[in-house]
Design a protein around this ligand. Structure first.
Ligand code: NAD
Ligand code: TDX
Length: 332
């Protein structure tokens, strides 16, 4: 039985990964999570106590990190400050967690000789024009736009340097936009679903022409497990499921699936520096490691996600009012 340490496992994608590992492997999972506003223990309810334990702590705290690294076989690093809008409001926690936190984990991986998989984002590559036939690949130059994406880019470069300079056994994945259960209501899709559920109109930034490349969180998890098992040390793999959609199309689909008129939404103040389009070419992961997504139908995945939010109001309601107050103060 392999022993995994999952940082940020009480967040959106980390908790989906923990459920995926428990369902599809014999591994034991320890979650290290600070429980910031984005962490939610309710996302980890019902896991078998003989295969799962939770530790509250900061990835930038070398004492707790060192103790946990001593007792595991491999580490999957999800913990981050993850929301672009928050990074425009207050960048400091992004530096502390994404840069210093990742540095702290790399030093522990080096001391203990542990395998580390670092989770990152396609946003490190900047953005593409709407009519550009290009997609991001593993060789696209880094060109991040926001405080969030620049700290993720910095953390990726630290991982690469620790592999090359110190022989740390690490891999990196850069994934496109995730959707699915357990995503915080600050993010685009859950915000609009829960707005409609509460009788509030969805809020589209600017004209809504920006394109995101959507992947179900469970497909992200299966890709990460594949890289952990079969990825080559020092390599980067892009994860994506060919799910490009404009924000306007997504809002209209949410409204239609929820039985409302497709135009019953508001245009609000655009995000500063708003990236136009992301698009992932995941050929390397598919051909070299044999991975394929299991949820290629975005509309079906979105319908299931809407059902999940409608039946889990106690999970999201406590965060909804504060999130909307934050946006309202910015005219969003
Ligand atoms: P999230 O904000 O939902 O969860 C982040 C988790 O990390 C929370 O549980 C939080 O409590 C924890 N955390 C924050 N700071 C910490 C610290 N200092 N120490 C320990 N724990 C801490 O984020 P998410 O959307 O699940 O993203 C997870 C990872 O995936 C991030 O690294 C993010 O960059 C990456 N990613 C996200 C997406 C996406 O679409 N959401 C896409 C690609 C990559
Ligand atoms: O109310 C909204 N209205 C709106 O039009 C919100 C919250 C967002 N948007 C737009 C902005 C983006 O173009 O929707 C798109 C998606 O926004 P977010 O959910 O904030 O995601 P994004 O900024 O694309 O970043 C996400 O994907 C990449 C994650 O939050 C990152 O952690 C990940 O790295």
């Amino acid at each position: 039985m392999r022993k995994l340490l999952v940082t940020g496992g009480a967040g959106f994608i980390g908790s989906n990964f923990v459920h995926h590992v428990i369902d599809h492997t014999d591994d034991h999972v320890t979650v290290l999570d600070k429980l910031t506003y984005a962490g939610n223990l309710a996302s980890l309810e019902g896991l078998p106590t003989d295969r799962f334990r939770f530790v509250q702590g900061d990835i930038a705290d070398p004492r707790v990190v060192d103790e946990l690294f001593a007792d595991v076989d491999a580490v999957v690093h999800y913990a981050a400050e993850s929301h672009n809008d928050n990074s425009l409001h207050d960048p400091r926690p992004f530096l502390d967690t994404n840069i210093i936190g990742t540095y702290t984990l790399l030093e522990a991986a080096r001391r203990h000789g542990r395998r580390l998989h670092h989770i990152s984002t396609d946003e490190v590559y900047g953005d593409l024009e709407l009519d550009d036939p290009a997609r991001f690949t593993e060789t696209t130059p880094y060109n991040p736009s926001s405080p969030y994406s620049s700290t993720k880019a910095g953390s990726d470069l630290l991982v690469r340097a620790w592999v090359r300079s110190f022989g740390v056994q690490a891999t990196i994945s850069n994934c496109s936009n995730n959707y699915g259960p357990y995503q915080h209501v600050e993010k685009f899709i859950p915000r609009q679903i829960t707005n409609v559920a509460r009788g509030t109109r969805p809020k589209l930034y600017g004209a809504g022409e920006n394109v995101r490349d959507w992947i179900h969180a469970d497909d992200h998890s299966s890709a990460v497990l594949t890289i952990l098992d079969r990825g080559a040390i020092g390599e980067t793999y892009l994860i994506g499921a060919d799910g490009e959609k404009s924000n306007k199309d997504v809002v209209e689909l949410i409204l239609t699936l929820m039985g409302r008129p497709a135009d019953a939404y508001d245009h609000v103040t655009d995000r500063a520096g708003h990236d136009l389009r992301y698009a992932i070419d995941s050929t390397k992961l598919r051909t070299e490691l044999g991975w394929a997504p299991r949820y290629p139908d975005f509309e079906a995945g979105l319908a299931a996600t809407i059902e999940w939010y409608l039946s889990h109001e106690p999970w999201w309601a406590p965060a909804k009012d504060a999130t909307e107050a934050f946006y309202a103060a910015k005219g969003q």
